[in-house]
Design a binder for this molecule. Structure first.
Ligand code: PXP
Length: 246
């Protein structure tokens, strides 16, 4: 079975844009689960630009599928992960002024820094995933870190349309290599309703972490209803008492 983990970060982005209480990423997670999501992903960033610790605490209590915490391999994040106990932690690289994650985590270059964080995660019975480029050596190091899962960075496949076939071949080769090493293979970053289709032919990839395209589409397909609700209130209610709408 192929699994979809819905990344709810950008519900948080919208909320934080006005420092409001709504839209609440926790509500969004519940809706995603009710619609069939197999997991919920969120990235707690050092700058807290979208997901807050309060969200993570509530998500842990409320969601019924797999909670995947994306985080940088830092002592601060490790402490939070061990407290919250997500089902799985995905280690990602993080740069303060990046718009979004810019590439896979280089496990070779950062091995000594990541090793003890990875060990603590595993010792605390949290599954470990690493977000990496499609590269054999990175897969070898994921294994060396005792990871359960890898998430292949699919972003260059999504962006470089002219090179898609070639990149897809490489992804398939690396996914098969990782599977032979008993790693669960997921992928993500930049997937949308169209570019995902060829990726579904890679049978070794069993999970997809998707955020932006789903949230962007939700805004558009939900906007009509939101506007008509407001129009209805303005047109039909003449200063009377109305139920509050959340
Ligand atoms: N996987 C990782 C490691 C990410 O950092 C992100 C972006 O937050 C995603 C998946 C989801 O990417 P997108 O929002 O483009 O679907």
């Amino acid at each position: 079975m192929k699994r979809l983990s819905v990344n709810i970060d950008h519900i948080g982005t919208l909320r934080q844009a006005r420092q409001e209480k709504m839209p609440d990423p926790v509500y969004a997670a519940v809706l995603a689960e009710l619609a069939g999501a197999d997991g919920i992903t969120c990235h707690l960033r050092g700058d807290r630009r979208h997901i807050q610790e309060r969200d993570l605490d509530l998500l842990r209590k409320i969601i019924k599928t797999e909670l995947n915490l994306e985080m940088a391999a830092t002592p601060e994040m490790l402490k939070i992960a061990l407290k919250v106990q997500p089902d799985i932690v995905t280690l990602v690289p993080e740069r303060a002024d990046e718009l979004t994650t810019e590439g896979g985590l280089d496990l070779i270059k950062n091995y000594s820094r990541i090793k003890s964080i990875a060990e603590s995660i595993k010792q605390n019975k949290i599954k470990l995933s690493v977000f990496i480029e499609a590269d054999e050596k990175q897969v070898d190091y994921a294994k060396k870190l005792n990871a359960d899962q890898i998430e292949l960075n699919i972003n260059s496949y999504c962006q470089k349309v002219a090179q898609r076939k070639e990149i897809l071949r490489k992804i398939k080769t690396i996914a098969a290599y990782a599977q032979r090493k008993n790693l669960i293979v997921h992928c993500g970053h930049g997937l949308d309703y169209n570019n995902i289709k060829p990726i579904l032919t890679v049978k070794e990839i069993s999970g997809f972490s998707i955020g932006f395209s789903i949230i962007a589409r939700a805004v558009l397909i939900g906007l009509g209803k939101a506007v008509s609700e407001m129009k209805d209130i303005i047109t039909n209610i003449d200063g009377g008492v109305i139920n509050e709408i959340w």
